[in-house]
Write a protein that binds this ligand. Sequence first.
Ligand SMILES: Nc1ncnc2c1ncn2[C@@H]1O[C@H](COP(=O)(O)OP(=O)(O)OP(=O)(O)O)[C@@H](O)[C@H]1O
Ligand SMILES: [Mg+2]
Length: 374
Amino acid sequence: MFRGSLRESPAHTPDMEQQRSSPRSVVVVTADADLLEDVLSVTAAVGLEPEVHPDVSGLRRRWSTVSAVLVGADQAERVAGLRLPRRGDVVVVGRESEHDALHRWSLELGASVAAFPTGANWLSGALAAPGSRGRGPGTILGVLGGSGGVGASTVVAALGVVAARDHRSVLLVEADPYGGGLDLLLGAERLPGWRWPRLAGARGHLGDLRGQLPHVEGCDLLAMARGAGVGGRDPGPEPLEAVLGSAAQSHDLVLVDLPRASTPASGAALGMADLLVLVVRANVGGAAAARELVADLEVGCPVGLLVRTDRVRSLTPDAVAEGLDLPLWGVCPDDRMVPLAAERGDPPGRSTRSPLAGACRALLDHLPARGRAA
Ligand SMILES: Nc1ncnc2c1ncn2[C@@H]1O[C@H](COP(=O)(O)OP(=O)(O)OP(=O)(O)O)[C@@H](O)[C@H]1O
Ligand SMILES: [Mg+2]
């Protein structure tokens, strides 16, 4: 029923693949002796002897011919000043204490980030397998509503709140440009931190985004910005891939609130998801709408159902699962406190004894092993 659709990052062109297949050439641009020492210990470990440039004078000539360019934080401003064309496999390297500057230059150059000392592991993996997404061990869980207003965004937020209480590191990612705002749902609309527009230039590995994003109920949150119009709110596939790939390194669980209408960003998210939860209402209309959605869904990971029951229930959860030919991963009962809490901006799932929190705990406990690893 589901067509596999794992995609390659569009940032990597066939030309670049060809260049990479020849003996690999790496340029390091830095005049920082300590940083250079750290970088050279990583390149030596993967059997590479980079060309070292203490400044940017020879960089334009080498920019499009080498396999990878490692830009020291000390030279990043000068590299940006050259206004070179965008290319893949550029990494801004520096120290964790320079976190903010590294992220700023990474967005400016469309480059990955390796912050020493912890970034050394990622960098050696990226140099050993160029073009790889460097996917980390965290689980990327997509959540999709089978029909409008079924409670998908509420489930994303509540799963995050429940998982964070269980000491998991969680990132909530809003990828629905038509949604009402995960920040509103969590009462986080006034919290400082980056929203999607700040990450519009994100490419490759972004390092750890914790500290840059709003943090609410134990979860990091990447929400849409308001007022940009739907066109300005869709994150786009490359930034979404960069965020999800990087977050899977830094967070245990990455929860993505997906739009029902297909967008370039949602296609990228479905391509990277390890598991997809489809929230379906337990009535004939809800099941019929979900059937249409499922028929058009292109996803290469396991998909399961969270059936949202109403007080007037016309179908059993098992009947919904049977009708859609999908496994039943959980049941989310109607909870009249949920809309009231949402209006107040009280995070859903906060009350440990609420039916919604119970449904989320059960879902998290019974999820199948991560799709990619399984
Ligand atoms: N388990 C629940 N019980 C009762 N009401 C709920 C439940 N879950 C969500 N709701 C309410 O349903 C409404 C829609 O919820 P939500 O925005 O989460 O749905 P959605 O599927 O994301 O909608 P959209 O299609 O707009 O993205 C909200 O008023 C919310 O408070
Ligand atoms: Mg929603």
